[in-house]
Design a protein around this ligand. Structure first.
Ligand SMILES: Nc1ncnc2c1ncn2[C@@H]1O[C@H](COP(=O)(O)OP(=O)(O)OP(=O)(O)O)[C@@H](O)[C@H]1O
Ligand SMILES: [Mg+2]
Length: 311
């Protein structure tokens, strides 16, 4: 078993003084090569922060990231840019394709920027697996959401990266298109031995993964291997109990690994409330007055995407 990426004592805080937010708190985590790993957790639990740090898109407050054996924190800017370009692939929630370029041009963009030659055989294989053959000359605006995200998948895999990272890659897709993208990620692991790390709220999406880690308040609180969607939902109902849910009050919400479904009462509580759960098992986030967060978020994601692809 080899390790594709490793976080050691990873801490990330934002702000200072009384407004400090600890997004990640001393996290140790390993991504196993050739595995499909999903990162789950409620909104604000630190999923994107962990992914951005693992992908060397952001720097930790303390702790260390390794991509393979390379300690990212000690790298100068230029080798770091090259590492991101050559060894890491990204798929974002908002597909982040270049609107003026065709599907083909978008897929080979990182290769073109690096001044390398396109491996046409590999290109053909990816395009055929993704069913994009007849859409290659179309611009993103002429493609469906699912097709655009498949183009983004092809782009992420084009340079055969060590790791592909996806932050809610199916978050903007309907269930059919999401199934296609998830099926492709699964196939890239099974057929091409690709290493994939995906952040998701969705137990169905996470059920495609080999391994699911659960975050809560900046800590990894649990991990499952080979779990079905139902097992993931059950785990979430215990790990992230609804605050208005008297039946699960006895479950300790601690920062230690939680043993799930141990007692009959616990299993019953899970069954009784599995249906009432929000998609990720957490209560819906409270509305935040007057701020259009989608816009703020997509701006932040765009600037990260630029760094991931063009920098
Ligand atoms: N740039 C930032 N400045 C200040 N706080 C931030 C920043 N980015 C993230 N945070 C805070 O860090 C915490 C973790 O955020 P993160 O984006 O990692 O959560 P997440 O699990 O990805 O949530 P979501 O499911 O909503 O995307 C949150 O409390 C968030 O408000
Ligand atoms: Mg996020």
């Amino acid at each position: 078993m080899s390790i594709a990426a490793r976080a050691q004592g990873l801490t990330k805080t934002y702000g200072s003084g009384s407004t400090v937010v600890t997004a990640l708190d001393n996290v140790d985590f390993e991504v196993v090569s050739g595995e499909f790993t999903a990162i789950m957790g409620p909104s604000g639990s630190g999923k994107s922060t962990l992914m951005h740090l693992l992908a060397a898109l952001d720097t930790p407050t303390s702790g260390e990231i390794f991509i393979g054996d390379t300690a990212v924190g000690r790298m100068a800017d230029t080798p770091l840019t090259e590492l991101r370009r050559d060894r890491i692939g990204f798929i974002f929630q908002a597909f982040n394709l270049v609107p003026t370029l065709s599907a083909r041009e978008n897929i080979v963009l990182p290769i073109s920027i690096a001044g390398k030659k396109v491996d046409e055989q590999w290109f053909d294989r990816i395009v055929d697996v993704l069913g994009l053959r007849d859409r290659l000359n179309h611009k993103p605006a002429e493609l469906s959401g699912g097709q655009q995200q498949r183009v983004a998948c092809a782009r992420a895999l084009m340079n055969r990266p060590d790791i592909v990272f996806g932050d809610e890659p199916t978050g903007n897709l309907d269930s059919t298109a999401a199934g296609e993208v998830l099926g492709f990620l699964r196939r890239s692991v099974d057929d091409f031995q690709q290493t994939v790390v995906m952040v998701t709220h969705d137990a169905h999406a996470a059920s495609y993964a080999d391994r699911v880690v659960f975050l809560s308040d900046g800590h990894i609180v649990h991990e499952l291997r080979g779990a079905t969607q139902e097992e993931l939902l059950n785990a979430m109902s215990v790990l992230y109990p609804r605050t208005d849910d008297a039946a699960t009050e006895h479950v300790t919400h601690s920062h230690h690994l939680v043993e799930l479904g141990e007692t009959p009462e616990e299993s019953e509580a899970i069954d009784a409330h599995a249906d009432a759960l929000y998609r990720d098992g957490s209560p819906p986030p409270p509305p935040r007055d007057g701020i259009d967060e989608t816009d703020v978020e997509s701006t932040a994601e765009r600037s990260l995407a630029r760094r991931a692809l063009l920098d």
